[in-house]
Design a binder for this molecule. Structure first.
Ligand code: SF4
Length: 399
């Protein structure tokens, strides 16, 4: 018996107007709008808050959340599921739960028992090829919110696989987006991928390209990060670079150049065209938020920086890394982390972004008197109402 054909919504569900008010009530902030209108500055007593000129919800997240609300309205009598977190923000995910949307990642759910009556929302960072095939075969109605910038990366990875290049993906191997991107390489029988987290890992792979090395040690080191059957002696002969869209832009570019140099050293300049590929797959929203925070750090004299966003949000962690290199920085998940003017809970900058539980408490984080200049930004999955609450709390603590 053939499987029922899935219904896939990729361009909305014609309910945009119906949910616009609900979304605005849930996620907008009049205070943040005022700060924007006041040249991204907010003064209150001894406190001046400088907001980065690009912050918070990106176009991909905006669209994903919008589609989730539309799906709930469009299919009122049916079970509506998310495959997992729609974005890396606990408040947004919790709100969706209160809307009646269920999470297939919950241990109480049974993804293998879904059928044509069920509606499944695919998140902004996409799902793996295997998961997509399973849901399609089950005949579920799919609401695909995969961001266009992620699809652009996939397109390049598929092309690399088709043309016999191994995809070198700068990303976090456990991140949903990187897992989905890597799976695209396996659409072709000889498709290969290798995920590198940072310059250090890229350097190890580049050394292997230049000089070869201990094959077994390489396989052990990168075991969780490469395609099945990966052979570094064969699969690093032709490589193409890609990245998780939310990585540090400067690092992604540098890693691309490291691989270009390694391939040139190994095979010579004239062989580069046939052995090395690179495309700019950095998401413009991530880039704009990183550029804005760099500009803020350059132009304002800040006493400290607050970066707001989920602890497992890659782009938020990278914003915090940029800030921490210049000024005392606290990455907080939400306003509740600001316990008092004395104490703040925060994620230490540089801790692995996949470990949501890593948190520190710092005392005396706010100077008790005198003028105070605080920089503020938020990751691409943080709604404005959360940013507004952070400003309100700062005001209270500085009274
Ligand atoms: S961070 Fe970039 S790739 Fe990710 S959802 Fe937002 S716009 Fe899309």
């Amino acid at each position: 018996m053939s499987s029922p054909q899935p219904l896939i919504f990729r361009k909305g569900l014609d309910m945009k107007d119906a949910v616009a008010g609900e979304l605005a009530a849930a996620y907008d902030s009049a205070l943040v709008d005022r700060v924007r209108g006041n040249d991204f500055t907010h003064s209150s007593g001894r406190l001046v808050v400088h907001l980065a000129r690009e912050f918070g919800f990106c176009y991909g997240v905006d669209r994903a959340v919008d589609y989730a609300y539309q799906a709930r309205r469009r299919f009122p009598g049916r079970n509506v599921f998310l495959t997992g977190e729609i974005i890396h923000n606990p408040h947004v995910n919790d709100r969706l739960r209160t809307e009646g949307i269920r999470f297939l990642s919950d241990p109480t759910e049974h993804p293998d028992q879904l059928g044509p009556d069920d509606v499944v929302i695919l998140p902004a960072f996409g799902v793996t090829v295997t998961e997509m095939a399973r849901l399609s075969n089950q005949g579920c109605t799919l609401v695909d919110t995969t961001c266009g910038s992620v699809l652009n990366v996939w397109k390049n990875v598929v092309r690399y696989a088709r043309e016999g290049f191994t995809s070198i993906i700068h990303g976090k191997v456990k991140h949903e987006e990187t897992r989905a991107t890597a799976s695209q390489a396996l659409k072709y029988p000889h498709g290969r991928y290798l995920v590198v987290l940072d310059r250090e890992e890229a350097g190890m792979v580049c050394d292997y390209i230049r000089h070869g090395g201990d094959r077994e040690a390489f396989l052990t080191r990168f075991a969780p990060a490469m395609s099945p059957g990966f052979d570094p002696d064969v699969d690093l002969e032709r490589v193409g670079c890609a990245n998780q869209t939310t990585m540090l832009m400067s690092e992604s570019l540098e890693i691309g150049e490291m691989f270009r140099a390694a391939m040139r050293d190994r095979y010579g300049e004239e062989a580069l065209a046939s052995r090395f590929r690179a495309f700019d797959t950095i998401c413009s929203a991530t880039q704009e938020r990183q550029d804005a925070v760099i500009a803020l750090l350059e132009h304002e004299r800040l006493d400290l920086m607050l970066v707001v966003g989920g602890y497992n949000s890659s782009n938020t962690c990278n914003l915090a890394r940029i800030c921490a290199a210049k000024v005392r920085t606290y990455h907080i998940a939400d306003p509740e982390c600001m316990l008092s003017g004395e104490e703040i809970r925060h994620r230490p900058v540089g801790a692995p972004s996949t470990t949501a539980g890593v948190e520190a408490v710092t005392r005396s984080w706010l100077p008790g008197s005198g003028p105070l200049s605080v920089g503020l930004t938020a990751g691409a999955s943080t709604p404005n109402n959360i940013v507004g609450e952070v400003i309100r709390k700062l005001e209270r603590f500085c009274e």
